[in-house]
Design a protein around this ligand. Sequence first.
Ligand code: ASN
Length: 323
Amino acid sequence: MKQQTVQLIEIPKSLDQLSKAELERKACIGKIMTYTLSSLTNTFVKKGFQWLLPVALSQSTDPLWPDPGASIEKRIEVDIYGKPVRTTASMIIHKLIAASTAYPKLFILSPNIRIEKAERAKTGKHIYEFTQLDFGTTDATSKAVFSLVEDAVCTLVKDLKRDMKEELTALCRCDTLKVPKTPFKIYDREDLEAKYGSDWEAGVAQEITEPVWVTNIPREFYDFEDAKTGKWDNYDLFMPQFGEVLSGAKREYEYMKILTKIERDQVKKENYSLVLKMAKEGRLKPTAGGGIGMERLVGWIAGVKHIAECQPFPRVPGTVHEL
Ligand code: ASN
């Protein structure tokens, strides 16, 4: 994220340090979070998605590599019962296996631990623990995911404007928060890079006045890459002035492609033996999905400077509070 925003952002304080006015603001954001969780989970359940419970420790978790946006200072690994396990970075691998077996349409409110470098304290967009509404579905295309998410976001904003006027007014978002127009525009990352250079993420967030999709972003092995064109069938959802609130993709499911990409990325093969085994046996299904960063989505709705304001117990990179 960009240097120019750094000076403007204060690091969110813990609950015991907040003034009366700050506690009132915190309570408003908390109510928006509750409403948002309720609305999104409702939308997914109504559309036939199963709500899975999250896990915190697994042998296999998201490598978060290679990802141009990653800045991980430390990966947490401990031994339990004589085996190494890692704290959940995202449940992407779990989603691939679960959607291919018992849960063809699923979502999880999943706590993700990513120990970001302390220098990201004031980006306003990074926290070292966050919650994703992580979802996956079989046989879906990116297009189907776009309409699912667009419907969920538009329903949420429309209902918030009806039911949460007082809170939105207190947060000065009553007039500025608009129900987005659908379908959202789709940009190719290559075109944005040509226009804004390597800092395209900040460039696009500044320019747009409606949410937009950005596709074709080179990243981890599990996102689908067209072998012929080299284009990635993946996407991020960007909000005006705010930036990315969701990332997702159509997924790889063929053994040779996954293996080749894992080797190309120099990711440890032994951490992905189950997904490789399932793919080899032809049991991995074509899926698509994504994850909505809950603190980021609510941060955009509430108009916060730092997304840790959306957390009761802020997880600002470099700062550890007692709670
Ligand atoms: N949840 C994301 C997805 O579904 C993956 C991630 O968070 N790295 O693509």
